[in-house]
Design a protein around this ligand. Structure first.
Ligand code: BJW
Ligand code: ZN
Length: 266
């Protein structure tokens, strides 16, 4: 069951149709067709660095300017991107099917933007919250203090001028003077327990886990679908490449999110 043949898509569709509760887990691949680079694989490098070398507390302690430069570049890049057909289809699914929970590892905010646009189109703007994802790894545009944890709200860090700044000129906390940092979850840091708890409960209660565009290498996100399988639920994977989850997938659909997800859920 490895080609997105008509039969495989129909099988996945019927699993989704029959499900009372669905958990959707997305990764960087769902935003690739919006122009947001993925972390691993072709195009996954920034300059000569891998994500694992920059998305760590140790990297920030060693060279906060370099890490801020990467995040400022990504903030500017994502600001120019729009949600794609997969984000919109998943927002429609969440708004039209009660019992659907969106969970994302992405920090780009594109699911939330799609939720607002689709809720407006469906003339139920107040319901957009039902299509808001649980953001396991935080928010690219949030900023907090590295020392006292205080939420610093929206802080603009200019991508072009930051290379010329000294560490002393980097943004600082108004309360304690500590360095500010992006409001994301780095390797070795704990996920927000409330967010992870809600995602785990959704996976444990789901009849179907729909996993889209993740290499399934990073934990605990990569382990969520196993909760659904453990209760006898189905796993549907959408990804152009095989992942460590593929062998356990009830249906593995090899293709891009933008092409396959709308065909599955609309
Ligand atoms: C397409 C496509 C298209 C392309 N359509 N698809 C258990 C075992 C081993 C290790 C651990 C473990 N538990 C915890 C750990 C340690 C660590 C970890 O997982 N390490 C592994 C890498 C070995 N995890 C952590 O440290 C986590 N914290 C934690 O667990 O705390 C407790 C603890 C600490 C220490 C030890 C033990 C426990 C925190 C993880 C935080 C991850 N942070 C990042 C950065 C976020 C901020 C930022 O954006 O800068 O999150 S790293 C990066 O990877 C980012 C992503 O969300 C995450 C996952 O990447 P994703 O989304 O899968 O992207 P890619 O690029 O890998 O894959 C893209 C996929 O898309 C590919 O498959 C393509 O084929 C596909 N694709 N085009 C559909 N058009
Ligand atoms: Zn502080």
């Amino acid at each position: 069951m490895s080609d997105p043949t008509h039969a495989a898509i129909e099988r996945a569709r019927s699993l989704i149709d029959a499900a009372d509760r669905i958990v959707v887990l997305t990764g960087a691949g769902v935003s690739a067709e919006s122009g947001v680079p993925t972390f691993r694989g072709a195009g996954g490098l920034w300059k000569t660095f891998r994500a694992e070398e920059l998305a760590t507390p140790g990297a920030f302690a060693r060279d906060p300017r370099l890490v801020w430069e990467w995040y400022a570049w990504r903030r500017a890049l994502v600001s120019e991107c729009e949600p794609n057909a997969a984000h919109f289809a998943l927002a429609r699914l969440a708004l039209s099917r009660e019992g659907t929970t969106l969970v994302t590892q992405n920090v780009d905010g594109l699911h939330a933007r799609a939720a607002h646009e689709v809720a407006d189109e469906m003339a139920c703007p107040g319901d957009a919250t039902r299509a808001m994802p649980l953001e396991l790894h935080g928010d690219l545009f949030a900023t907090r203090c590295n020392d006292c944890g205080r939420d610093a709200g929206e802080v603009t860090v200019d991508a072009t001028s930051i290379t010329t700044k000294s560490v002393a000129e980097l943004p600082r906390c108004a309360r304690c003077g500590g360095l500010l940092r992006p409001g994301v979850v780095w390797f070795g840091e704990s996920l927000d327990p409330g967010v992870l708890g809600a995602a785990t409960a959704a996976a444990e209660g789901a009849d179907v886990a729909l996993v889209v565009g993740t290499s399934a290498l990073v934990h605990p996100a990569a382990g969520l679908a196993a909760h659904t399988l453990a209760r006898g639920g189905a796993l549907i994977e959408v990804n152009p490449d095989a992942t460590p989850l593929s062998d356990r997938a009830t249906v593995a659909l090899r293709g891009t999110a933008g092409a396959i997800v709308p065909a599955l859920v609309d």
